[in-house]
Structures are given as C-alpha cells and as structure tokens.
Design a protein around this ligand. Structure first.
Ligand SMILES: Nc1ncnc2c1ncn2[C@@H]1O[C@H](COP(=O)(O)OP(=O)(O)OP(=O)(O)O)[C@@H](O)[C@H]1O
Ligand SMILES: [Mg+2]
Length: 217
C-alpha cells in the first residue's frame, strides 16, 4: 500500500479548505495530521477516503487514481467524527450488519474486535443507551474489524478514558506491525506522539510542517 496526494486543493463554495497538499505515505507506518480546529484535518481524511473529490490535483493509491480508477480505496477502515449506528440494535448486531456487506468477518472475529476495544460482545444494551466513550469504541471497532490495509481515524481518542486510550494505542501498534497504513487526525500532539512515525502540521488547509518522530526502543 502506497499513497500519494499530489498538490491536492479542495474548494467548497469558493472557499479553499485544502490548499495544494502533497505527501506520500507507505504501509506499516503511522502518520499524524496535527492542527487546530478548522485547519483541514477532517477534509484531508475525507479526500483520502474518497468521500469528496479534489478540485485540483490527484490522489493515488498503489498507483491508481481515486475518483477515476476507483471510487473508494479498496481496503479501507474509516472513523470520521461521530460514528453513526442503528440506535435500536446492540453493538454486536451493528457490527454484524456491517460485516454482512463484505462477508469477510465471522461472528467470532466480531466478538474479538469488540473485546479488543473494551466492549462486551454480550452486552444487551442498544446503541442508543451507549455512553459517548462506548460509541467511540464501537466506531473504532467498525473501522478495524476487516483488518483494512488503510486505516483513517479522525480524533480516535475523543471521549475515551485512560484505559480506552491505552487499549486503542495498543491495537493500532499491532495493526501497524502487521503492515497497516494508519492516518490519525488529532488536535492534541501528545496523544499522537507515541504512535505517529511522522507528523504533518496543518494550518489553514496547508501543510506547514513535517517531522519524523523518533521511535526509540
Ligand atoms: N460542509 C462544509 N462546507 C464548507 N466548508 C466546510 C464544510 N465543512 C468544513 N468546512 C470548512 O473547512 C475547513 C476545514 O475543516 P475541517 O473539518 O477539515 O477542520 P479540522 O481540522 O478537522 O477541525 P477540527 O479539529 O475542529 O475537527 C474549515 O474552515 C471549515 O469551516
Ligand atoms: Mg476534524
């Protein structure tokens, strides 16, 4: 998996929200998008997910152009803003519905994914009765369930308690070791530091900084 953004600009009703963004990313690495509220992190993730198309420039995944050669990245896990699920079904049922679309994941794997994010697969509560942190955990579970090659997570640590943050960090480290390309958007630098191999600073839709994070030990 190799990902390239080539001078991507996105304008929405005359406003430039992403401005000539260019980078390359490769498998088995974690990339952080770090920037203030409104800087364009979510827009960049939407572009990478194929949810919106660039106004200018192009996005290539393994050489194939998003929006031309394919509509969406072929193996994608995605968490953007508030995850929405069926309110009157349990966490397990919700994941089972999603799993049914591609039929790549067994009931046993759904149970394991729920446990990995700290949710009880036998919890009878429906999604509407979930706390904010439980909703976030289910959103992460849905994103990682199919073991995607490309994982895009927008503010993955939102609403998570200390234990939840640690669980998710451990999960992401394991996925990275298996070769997943992970992109995290985060406004908190500290939370990202431990995971990210490279951090892009985003300001007003532009990349204004790029640094490698030393991973010792
Ligand atoms: N639907 C929309 N139509 C027009 N402009 C939008 C839309 N959604 C977001 N924007 C604008 O795009 C810019 C980037 O927004 P974006 O959501 O990517 O920021 P962000 O870095 O993710 O911020 P946050 O940290 O608050 O999540 C902002 O100026 C915002 O006002
Ligand atoms: Mg955002």
């Amino acid at each position: 998996m190799y990902l390239e953004m080539k001078d991507v600009t996105k304008r929405i009703r005359g406003t430039t929200v992403v401005d000539k963004v260019a980078f390359t990313m490769e498998k088995g690495r974690v990339y952080g998008l770090w920037g203030k509220n409104g800087s364009g992190k979510t827009m960049i993730l939407r572009l990478l997910a194929g949810l919106i198309l660039p106004s200018e420039g192009e996005i290539r995944i393994d050489g194939k152009c998003l929006g031309k050669d394919m509509d969406f990245p072929e193996s994608l896990g995605l968490l953007i803003e508030n995850p929405s699920f069926i309110s009157y079904e349990t966490g397990f049922q919700n994941l089972a519905y999603l799993a049914h679309i591609r039929k790549r994941v067994s009931d046993q794997q759904i149970r394991e994914t729920l446990e990995a994010v700290g949710l009880d697969p036998d919890d009878r509560r429906t999604f509407r009765k979930y706390s904010l942190g439980m909703k976030q955990r289910l959103g992460i579970a849905a994103a990682i369930m199919e073991k995607p090659e490309l994982l895009l997570l927008d503010e993955p640590f939102n609403a998570l308690d200390t234990k939840g943050v640690a669980q998710v960090k451990a999960l992401l480290k394991a996925m990275k070791a298996e070769g997943t390309l992970i992109v995290l958007a985060c406004h908190d630098r500290e939370e990202m530091e431990e995971l990210a191999d490279e951090v892009f600073l985003i300001e007003e839709g532009r990349i204004t900084g790029h640094e490698s994070v030393d991973k010792k030990g």
